[in-house]
Design a protein around this ligand. Sequence first.
Ligand code: MLT
Length: 408
Amino acid sequence: MIKINENYLKLPGSYLFSEIAGRIRKYNENNPELDLIRLGIGDVTRPLAPSVVEALHRAVDDEAAAESFHGYGPEAGYEFLRSKISEEHYGRLGVKIAVDEIFVGDGAKSDTGNIGDIFAADSTVAVCDPVYPVYVDTNAMAGRAGNYRQADGRWSRLTYLPCTAENNFVPELPSTDEAAPELIYLCFPNNPTGSVITREQLGLWVDYARKNGSIILYDAAYEAYITEDLPHSIFEIEGARECAIEFCSFSKLAGFTGIRLGYTVIPRELKVDGTSLNSLWSRRQSTKFNGASYLTQRAGEAVFSVQGQKEVRETIAYYQANARTIYSGLSKLGWQVYGAVNAPYIWLKTPDNMGSWEFFDYLLEHAGIAGTPGSGFGPCGEGYFRLTAFGTAEKTEEAVARITTLVR
Ligand code: MLT
C-alpha cells in the first residue's frame, strides 16, 4: 500500500505566513471597507531599481534573438553573476570567496530549506527560538522533528536555543555537559527579532562549531540592513571556512521577493568525514535544480553595478527610515521595542501581557493592521509581536498613528 511521508503529519496545519494570509483574507472579506495595513510577512513594496529593470529588458532582448538566446544555464549560476558576488559583495567585506564556492539559487528560503538533504536524517539540529519557521518545518519534513532531550543526554534531533530579552535575543552556547548539536542554524541580523550578533559572539560560535565538529548554517539574508560595525558575513570570522555554510538573498537587498534570486556559499575545505560538502551540494543542485533563470541572473548582476548599488541602497534607506518610524513611535507609547536599528524587523513585547495571537486579532480588528504573532516563530516568541519595515512610508506612518490613537 502506498504510504505518505508521515513526517508531514507532525507539521502545523499550515505554514506560518499562509496561516496569517488566510486570517487576513477572512478579515478583509468581512470588512471590505477597511483600509488594511499589511506589516506582517516581510514582503517589499518598492519597485525594482531602474538599473535592474533595464537589465531585465536587455536580457529579454537577448532571449529574443538566436545569437544571444540562452537555454539551460549552469546549475550553480552564470559566471558573470558569481564573479560579481565574489568580487563585489565579498571583496568589499575583505573576504575571499572563490567563484566555485558560490551556488546561485532562487532564494535563501529554498536553500535553507533544502540544505538538510546533504545531511543524515538523524542529524541533531539546534535552532534559535524564536526562529524563521522554514528551518524547523523542513527538518520536521526530513524526520528531525521533536523537542526532547534523549535519555543518554544527547541533543534531541531538533533543539531550541532560547533567545530572550535577557540575552538580547542572541543564543548562548549550549552547555558543555550536552553533546553538541551537529547542525546549528543562525540568522543575523535576526528574523524575527531584528537582533544582531557581534564579531566576538559569532567568533565564540565558530570556535564552538570547530571544537565540536558542528556545522553552522548561517542565514545572512538581512545583512544589507546593518548600520553598525557588525559582521555582514560569517566568513569575516577566522575559522568559519572550516565550519560554516552561508545563505544570502537578493529579496531584501534589491526587492527580488517576486523575482527570486539568492546564493549559498560552501567553502571548498568544508568537509564531513573527508567528504566535501561543496561537492555534495553541487551534486544535489545539479540533480534537483536547473539554475535560476538567465533573466533573473542578469537582473542580479545589475545590482552590483555602481548605479545599481546606489539605487538599491536608496531603497534600503527608505525601509530603514520606516523601521525608525515604527521603533520610535511605539517606544513613545512606553512599549518595549527591539530590533529596527540593523534590521527591517521590529520586535515588540505585547502590551498588557496579551498573548501573541490575541494581540494579532486586537490590532487587526481595532486598528486594521496585520503583523506577525511572535509565538508563530517558536515558544519563546509568545508575548511578542513582529512588524516589518517593508511597507510604504505613508502606510507605516499611518500604522503608528493608528496604534497611538488606539492606545491613548
Ligand atoms: C518573513 O516575513 O519572515 C520573510 O519575508 C519570509 C521569507 O523571507 O521567506
